[in-house]
Design a protein around this ligand. Structure first.
Ligand code: PEP
Length: 227
């Protein structure tokens, strides 16, 4: 199982150093992957790292962008692409995600591409249609390229709401997605230390993308212990 911990725009230098100090008491585990804000990546050197985003451009005059090569040089192994918060607040779409995925792969970074339906799509029975739509551009890439992607299924209505999907519903969606695309599959959406166990045993689920819980150091320490 892989656990990707997305800190989003949380922490300051002081608080991340305190978090790191607590982490150091435990052995480093490669399957727990930390995704801090860009500026804190070097502070977590030696841990398995993901960036929360990546530039769609290779390098050059793109103020504020962080290139795949820059990330790679910091030891970053994964990049989260297409998170629903970037779709919503930054208005990013599949045209942008395709370029970011290309850049990640060209830099030797594994893209973690996020997909997920809205509450409206979910409640009106259009989940599978929505997911299929979000995946479709990947198949414009050659197979050896899309095979390098990890897909994170994150129902938007479950992110940060405290309402995770049921294991039963997730199992059906995993089966659908595995049929469509044979790549590692993560689930994200209100995972916490109380509900994690019931999802861990689902067949064909390869791990989790975790937001809120990743800020709670005690819960992360027990994850490191078990993983
Ligand atoms: C996320 O933002 O990717 C996420 C899964 O958040 P949370 O765990 O807080 O629902």
């Amino acid at each position: 199982m892989r656990y990707v911990l997305n800190f989003k725009s949380n922490f300051t230098k002081e608080s991340i150093l305190a978090y790191k100090e607590a982490l150091e008491k435990h052995p480093k585990k490669d399957n727990v992957i930390f995704a801090p804000p860009f500026c804190f990546l070097p502070l977590l050197e030696g841990y398995s790292l993901a960036s929360q985003d990546i530039s769609r451009y290779q390098e050059g005059a793109y103020t504020g962008e962080v290139s795949g090569n820059a990330l790679k040089s910091l030891g970053v192994r994964y990049a989260i692409i297409g998170h629903s918060e970037r779709r919503k607040y930054l208005k990013e779409d599949e045209v942008v995600f395709a370029k970011k995925i290309e850049q990640a792969i060209a830099s030797g970074i594994t893209p973690i591409y996020c997909i997920g339906e809205t509450k409206e799509e979910h409640d009106s029975g259009r989940t599978l249609e929505a997911l299929e739509g979000q995946l479709s551009f990947l198949f414009t890439f050659p197979q050896e390229m899309w095979k390098k992607v990890i897909v994170a299924y994150e129902p938007i209505w479950a992110i940060g709401t405290g309402k995770a999907i049921t294991p039963n519903e997730l199992e059906k969606i995993i089966a659908f997605l595995k049929e469509k695309i044979e790549v590692p599959l993560l689930y994200g959406g209100s995972i916490n230390s109380s509900n994690l166990e019931q999802f861990k045993t689902l067949p064909h689920l390869d791990g989790f993308l975790i937001g809120g819980m990743s800020l709670k150091i005690e819960e992360v320490l027990s994850l490191l212990q078990e993983s």
